[in-house]
Ligand binder design. Structure first.
Ligand SMILES: *Cc1c(COP(=O)(O)O)cnc(C)c1O
Length: 226
């Protein structure tokens, strides 16, 4: 393993290209979302210098603290929100982010739609599906996904580009990725945000268009704050 985050980024990019080749896909079909949550400006800067432009963060407040500085230094940064959103943070989320991966209930869909209209900023969104039906986890249940996709498009007028999932930690991920791909296909959605450090190769073989990779690039994170 390379010793720096910039070195590990290049290693992940190489493995990602290999996984695409094995799956008979082009590497350009898969966006690497580099997950920089919990890491500071000094940690992120060398990864930007190594060419990475697309980053994922899971908290609005942390993003507000880190990214205006980094954005002022480099053009073309795109930020993806990959964590749960509260409706009272919709305004800041639409200001800060370029893509939202975690739309999972009408209240959030409505708050985002209102803010996007107000700011004249129509962001692409993914709908998060709780493929493992875990009670503690965010996401619409698989059996409710079709109706929720329709409501996001119709009632709320959101620009829905795909589905996102986080499989249960104790499960083999492939069936969850396959289920997400199936729900996306029957809803005419091309985007599949799935795969993290441990399983992005599997996700690519199941059709992922966005993999969200953090620790394989930045190293392990401190335990999550309460
Ligand atoms: C933290 C996080 C990731 C990255 O996880 P790693 O295992 O560090 O790659 C991906 N997706 C979501 C939703 C996350 O919260």
């Amino acid at each position: 393993m390379p010793e720096t985050a910039a070195g590990r980024l290049l290693e992940v990019r190489r493995l990602l290209a290999d996984a695409c080749q094995d799956a008979g896909r082009r590497a350009e079909e898969v966006e690497l979302v580099c997950v920089s949550k919990t890491f500071g400006i000094e940690d992120i800067r060398p990864v930007i210098a190594a060419g990475q432009r697309v980053f994922g963060e899971n908290r609005v407040q942390e993003t507000q603290q880190k990214w205006p500085v980094l954005r002022a230094e480099t053009d073309g940064i795109a930020l993806h929100l990959i964590g749960p959103l509260q409706s009272n943070k919709a305004r800041e989320a639409v200001e800060l982010f370029d893509v939202i991966h975690t739309v999972d209930r009408p209240k959030i869909a409505g708050a985002l739609a209102d803010e996007m209209a107000r700011q004249g900023r129509m962001l692409p969104v993914f709908i998060q599906v709780n493929t493992g039906a875990e009670p503690q986890k965010a996401g619409v249940l698989p059996e409710a996904a079709d109706d929720f996709v329709a409501a996001c498009r119709g009632t709320f007028g959101l620009h829905v580009v795909g589905l996102m999932c986080i499989p249960p930690a104790e499960d083999v991920p492939a069936p969850h990725f396959a289920l997400l791909a199936k729900i996306a296909a029957r809803n005419g959605l091309k985007g599949l945000s799935m795969g993290m450090s441990a399983d992005y190769g599997t996700a690519i073989s199941q059709g992922a268009t966005h993999v969200r990779v953090g620790s394989a690039i930045f190293g392990s994170r401190p335990p999550a704050a309460p």
